[in-house]
Design a protein around this ligand. Structure first.
Ligand code: FES
Ligand SMILES: [Fe+2]
Length: 406
């Protein structure tokens, strides 16, 4: 396959494209619950579709086309009423299934509501402080109950990067690329610290081996670093990407999901989902804090002095859509080749009408899905990776209030 053809296949997310169709077989988080509590009607752009997410006065959730079918005003300026949403312009009223249920000024008595149906209305569910949407064909699969979203013994916080100017697939290739940890988050980080006269941030160890295993929910990655025990969790267990767009990272005492949701071909919304085991006897949190994980400093420079910022810098500096024509893949890129192959196999399954990898339809298997991760590994915050407290603390020390704008 030509590199350009491969690139199109991997990066286009609109409906009708192979990747767009594959992505539409999965649930995706589109907003935090906290944001919708602040404003019950919010615009959402996901998989190249312009939509409006709303909560009705009766408490139902809706996700519908943004364009009002009357004369096109944006429903993001609509207002909830009863169990529906009214367009602000002439008051047409829509239910969560996208039906037009009222056209209040049609005085000639003719019922034209059938013509007012919204172009799209999608299923929405809440889980773990996030609002999840399914944009694919029905019947929808189950929303997978991955452990960190549903465990009752953990407290959580959610960082949001609302719109990162890069294609989502570059973010996933980064997750199948274990050696970047040694360089981007290791030697480069320490170089930045040295220039400031500060101590090294990361205790860097050279990678000796990397390995990948496809399993029921995605691809697990493992690493063996210099001086590490081959019986240790880094090499025997590792941690996975959950198909198609969640990275599970961090040891069991500080686990995290990173969820990379395609906004469109050139923008990605990232949810940085942190869960921490609650201390014995401590009260459960009453609200999940939400904060903005900015990829730029106040002065406009890219954030490079945090692990998250370093990843975002690497993703977006590859270009909005990386040119795979001019890349030079080497032996340590074998995880990237595997990811591309597995993705293309899933596209073929979808084209045959089959469910792709990690689609869950069995209630009995979905009470809670335990995600494999290290209990102790060198390259985890608790396992000796950091030499500076500020690295472990960056997630809370750099947080910014998330602003929601229309
Ligand atoms: S444009 Fe929405 S009711 Fe007229
Ligand atoms: Fe990284």
């Amino acid at each position: 396959m030509l590199a350009q053809e491969l690139n199109e296949q991997l990066t286009k997310v609109a409906g009708g494209t192979p990747m767009g169709e594959l992505l539409r077989r999965y649930w995706h988080p589109v907003m935090t619950m906290q944001e919708l509590e602040r404003d019950p009607v919010l615009p959402v752009r996901v998989l190249g579709e312009d939509l409006v997410l709303f909560r009705t006065e009766a408490g139902s959730l809706g996700l519908v086309s943004k364009r009002c079918p009357h004369r096109g005003a944006s429903l993001e300026f609509g207002f909830p009423e009863g169990d529906a949403l009214r367009c602000c312009y002439h008051g047409w009223k829509f239910d969560t299934a996208g039906n037009c249920i009222e056209q209040p000024n049609e005085l000639d008595g003719v019922d034209r509501r059938a013509r007012g149906k919204l172009a799209a209305a999608y299923q929405v569910q809440e889980m773990g402080g996030l609002i999840w949407a399914y944009l694919g064909p029905l019947p929808a699969p189950l929303l997978p109950r991955y452990d960190l979203f549903v465990r009752e013994d953990m407290d959580r916080n959610i960082g949001v990067t609302p719109s990162l100017p890069c294609n989502w697939f570059a973010t996933m290739e980064n997750s199948l690329d274990p050696v970047h940890l040694e360089w981007l988050h290791g030697h480069y980080f320490n170089y930045l610290m040295k220039r400031k006269g500060k101590p090294a941030a990361i205790n860097v160890k050279k990678h000796l081996q990397i390995a990948f295993d496809v399993f029921e929910h995605g691809i697990r990655k493992r690493r063996l670093v210099e001086g590490a025990d081959p019986q240790g969790d880094d090499w025997t267990r590792g941690h996975p990407i959950l198909f198609p767009n969640i990275l599970a990272v961090g040891a069991s005492d500080a686990p995290e999901f990173q969820i990379r949701v395609p906004i469109d071909d050139t923008h990605t919304k990232v949810f940085w989902y942190y869960a921490r085991p609650r201390a014995a006897g401590a009260k459960p949190q009453t609200e999940i804090p939400v904060w903005e994980n900015a990829y730029k400093e106040e002065n406009g420079a890219l954030v490079v002095e945090t692990v998250n910022g370093q990843d975002m810098m690497a993703w977006l500096t590859q270009g909005e859509i990386p040119n795979r024509d001019v890349e030079n893949l080497v032996s340590t890129d074998k995880g990237i080749l595997l990811l591309r192959r597995v993705v293309r196999e899933q596209m073929e399954k979808v084209a045959r009408g089959e469910d792709p990898l990690a689609v869950v339809r069995d209630e009995a298997k979905n009470k809670i899905i335990e995600v494999p991760r290290e209990d102790y590994g060198h390259y985890t915050l608790s396992g000796g990776m950091t030499t500076s407290a500020s690295v472990a603390d960056e997630y809370t020390s750099r947080k910014k209030e998330l602003s929601t704008t229309k």
